[in-house]
Design a protein around this ligand. Structure first.
Ligand code: DON
Length: 307
């Protein structure tokens, strides 16, 4: 497959997933997210040699939600290295992204950095080492996406904060087990602002291209992670990026991926490209119905997989 065929394949996929756009249900546990129209779709590929391809509603921006957890982990690994794993595990959870029960059984140590508890404790760790975490995160996305005008959707951030009780319960539970250093509400405010960063699919695929490129951002040449860390992060995405649906996603798509409740999914084909897809209708696991189908089609049409 040569790069010039990517556009053709994205166009075909966009046409083929149209019947699925009405099937999922937009996340409504955050009121501001419930206002998004379900019937939207876009998909973008950014190759390691710097080419970009997109089909569908390419300029539409959406909040990246849990896909921000990948950058939270990236910034934390830059600052802590393997020391971070004293605060959070590396195992798949097999439970929903916002489950509280496992955290109680396992004494405040979240299974992995991609479930909510794991991302929140990683934010707490970042909070210890960054004087302005929200500014650092936004600047990282601005630099790596190539768009200095990227912003945080404050309406979504505020809405998440107003309805933060479940996430706050996780943070307090971790504090009770001595695995939380800062004020719960301060850390949650940063976490929700990370989730409410707004990107389109092209910007999202570009921002994470270092994961396909041995840890190096291919536009700026910046070493975001070491090659080893990039490989490790991709491995964790494969086992835990889609929560209790990680097995099904791995089976169908064959690539590491991370989903968010806005209906976006990022996937990585190491040494080739990152791909971002967005369609707001979700299945019962909180993952985009058309997004998963589109990535499965991509994997079949291009005959790609990490295996
Ligand atoms: O913590 C929350 O509820 C959201 N801001 C992020 C959740 C999310 O995207 C989970 N992903 N599927």
């Amino acid at each position: 497959m040569v790069n010039s065929d990517y556009q053709q394949v994205l166009n075909e996929i966009t046409a083929e997933v149209q019947p699925l756009l009405s099937q999922g249900k937009v996340a409504d546990y955050i009121p501001a997210l419930a206002e998004v129209k379900a019937n939207q779709f876009s998909m973008a590929i950014h190759t390691t040699d710097g080419e970009t391809f997109c089909a569908g509603d390419c300029s539409e921006r959406f909040t990246i939600q849990s896909v921000s957890k990948v950058m939270t982990l990236t910034l934390a690994l830059q600052r802590y290295g393997d020391e971070l794993w004293q605060r959070v595990g590396k195992e798949p959870s097999g439970t929903a992204f916002n489950s509280l029960t496992q955290l109680e059984f396992e004494k405040g140590l979240p299974r992995n950095p991609f479930i909510n508890a794991g991302a929140i404790v990683t934010c707490d760790a970042l909070y210890n080492r960054l004087s302005a975490p929200m500014h650092s995160m936004l600047e990282t996305f601005r630099l790596l996406s190539g768009n200095p005008a990227i912003v945080i959707d404050k309406k979504v951030a505020n809405s998440e904060y107003d309805f933060r009780h479940r996430n706050a319960a996780m943070a307090h539970l971790m504090k009770s087990f001595d695995n939380f250093d800062n004020e719960v509400d301060d850390v949650l405010w940063a976490y929700f602002n990370f989730c409410a960063i707004e990107l389109n699919c092209v910007e999202l695929a570009k921002a994470y291209n270092f994961l396909a490129n041995k840890g190096v951002d291919n536009t700026t040449g910046k070493v975001v992670l070491t090659n080893r860390q990039s490989k490790q992060l991709n491995s964790l995405l494969f086992t835990s990026g889609l929560y209790d649906a990680a097995g099904d996603f791995g089976y169908r798509v064959g690539m590491p991926g991370k989903s968010g409740v806005s209906g976006t999914i990022l996937a990585v084909l190491p040494n080739k490209f990152t791909v971002a897809v967005w369609s707001p209708g979700l299945n019962s696991f909180g993952n985009s119905v058309a997004g998963i189908a589109a990535l499965e089609l991509l994997s079949e049409k291009l005959d790609i997989s990490i295996f």
